[in-house]
Design a protein around this ligand. Structure first.
Ligand code: TXE
Length: 484
């Protein structure tokens, strides 16, 4: 039997010449399919195909073609929402209703950037000396897009859609743990009459494939979402050649609950913020900061609600928390739970394995925590939340800002002026007041401090894939008049 062809390079399908990788369903720990990953050479082939398509096709100049292609991709993806959602849930363990959201957000992202570039106007201005200045945005060139396993297709689309809309060509590398929806997406690209080499898919891990992309001299931009340690390494590697780079990294985001907040609503937002997608979300509200005066009633209701949460098969419609991504990741989370206990925090609830098969964990809550503890400072990236108290706004701000991260924050209160004042003091890229988690494709997303560099989504997300060029035009060629 011929090996399956899962790499999409220069408009053709290839069988990987790298390692064989089993795709595991985290719900039962069983292999559900296998993929053959790319070799270093094949990764180079993908970059060459992208370079060729960038230089030799009209993709970078033909906006109409790009808009039509992105809209066609959106239509095809929308038609297959359910198949993509089931594949995403099978590969990641996320509850099916969350996978459906991922797919519909991916569709919106494609349509948003198609629409944005079709309405983009050049900036033209008459200058004081009578010349005319035009500022245009050009594509950067070949972009390597590297994403993690927690939102395999959606985080990919936050890069693929703006990069292609801006006229770049791309090499896309999903996480080695979650390749399935990326392969399915490449099948859609194949149906869209997009010039060969504009979109390329390579599969594989950080080495050799991710590394080969980052270090390749013909890659002009690296856009990476993932852990901070990997992000730091990639940033250092790109710095040596001034390669363009954007990084969307980890977080340790707080939700601040003020004393006037409705307790039931606040608890629901707290649970949603902390445990959506098993807490495997870069903006997960893994720290809840509660005003001292409502702490007791908040914690009591939080516990009551948590005990009723449905941890189970993510393909069941009623499931609210699925398994975490892998056995290794569950061990990492459990290790953090042990660290929390040994640091003297109180594990109020959860953190237990659930069921015989798969990588399930009950949602864990720590109280009596100190700001200096590792479970408060470090990204756990699982269903673990810490609850702290504060006396006044100054203390809330100090605690909220008191980590190396700055990705997101939430404020829950009916006192909008006070909530806005707090928002202005929080060092984070996204702040939700009386809400949490929803990314809006029209608005930027990204981190302060060690949570990253650059922004995705919104017009800023498109700018991340363009170089700005200023053309100054003098209508008449006259001597400078500067020299005698
Ligand atoms: O991420 P990695 P991992 C955090 C979270 C998690 C930790 C590690 O705390 O526990 O990171 O997760 C590719 N050059 N986040 O190991 O290593 C890799 O193949 C180029 C937060 O899964 O960052 C994958 O495609 N590429 C985060 C992608 O990088 C490399 C989401 C992410 O992998 C590479 C995920 C290299 N040297 C984890 N090494 C978020 N911000 O949402 C790895 N890769």
């Amino acid at each position: 039997m011929n090996p399956p062809k899962h790499l999409y390079i220069g408009g053709k399908w290839y069988s990987g010449e790298g390692s064989e990788r089993q795709m595991i369903n985290p719900t039962n720990g069983c292999v559900f399919t296998e993929v053959r990953e790319a070799s270093k050479n094949q990764t180079g082939d993908a970059v060459r195909a992208a370079r060729y398509a960038y230089n030799e096709t009209t993709w970078r100049t033909d906006i109409k073609k790009r808009v039509n292609s992105l809209n066609k991709l959106a239509d095809l993806l929308e038609e297959q929402t359910e198949q993509f959602a089931i594949a995403e849930t099978t590969n990641t363990g996320k509850p099916i209703r969350e996978s459906r959201l991922d797919i519909s957000d991916s569709v919106s992202c494609l349509r948003y950037y198609a629409n944005l570039v079709s309405n983009r106007k050049a900036w033209i201005k008459k200058m004081p000396d009578g010349t005319k200045s035009r500022v245009i945005e050009e594509p950067i060139g070949v972009c390597a897009l590297i994403v993690p396993w927690n939102f395999p297709l959606l985080l990919g689309m936050w890069k693929i859609a703006p990069a292609l809309a801006a006229g770049n060509t791309v090499v896309f590398k999903p996480s080695e743990l979650t390749a399935i929806t990326a392969i399915k997406f490449a099948e859609l690209v194949d149906q869209c009459d997009i010039p060969p080499g504009v979109f390329n898919l390579v599969l594989g891990g950080g080495t050799p494939v991710g590394q080969a992309l980052v270090k390749h001299p013909d890659v002009d931009k690296v856009s990476f979402t993932g852990g901070s340690d990997t992000g730091r390494k990639i940033n250092e590697q790109c710095a040596s050649s001034f390669k363009r780079v954007s990084l969307e990294l980890g977080g340790k985001s707080p939700i601040i609950v003020l004393e006037d907040a409705d307790i039931k609503a606040a608890v629901e937002w707290g649970i949603f913020g902390s445990f959506f997608n098993q807490g495997e979300v870069c903006v997960a509200s893994s720290r809840l900061l509660i005003h001292k005066s409502i702490y007791q009633s908040f914690v009591e209701y939080f516990l009551e609600k948590l005990q009723r949460i449905n941890v189970g098969n993510p393909l069941d419609e009623g499931t609210e928390i699925g398994p975490v991504i892998s056995a290794g990741h569950r061990e990492k989370i459990e290790n953090y739970i042990e660290i929390g206990k040994s640091e003297g925090a109180r594990l109020l609830y959860g953190g237990q394995r659930v069921g015989e098969k798969g990588y399930f964990l009950s949602p864990a809550v720590f109280t009596e925590v100190k700001q200096s503890m590792r479970i408060v400072q470090e990204e756990i990236f699982g269903p673990v939340v810490t609850i702290q108290t504060f006396r006044d706004d100054n203390e809330a701000i100090e605690l909220a800002n008191g980590t190396l991260y700055g990705l997101a924050a939430g404020v829950l209160s009916n006192d909008f002026e006070r909530a806005e004042r707090l928002a202005s003091c929080l060092k984070a890229g996204t702040i939700w007041i009386n809400s949490y988690h929803t990314p809006y494709v029209e608005a930027p997303w990204g981190g302060f401090k060690q949570s990253g560099i650059g922004r995705e989504l919104g017009p800023q997300g498109l700018s991340g894939y363009t170089e700005v060029k200023h053309i100054n035009l003098n209508n008449e060629l006259k001597p400078v008049g500067w020299y005698k």
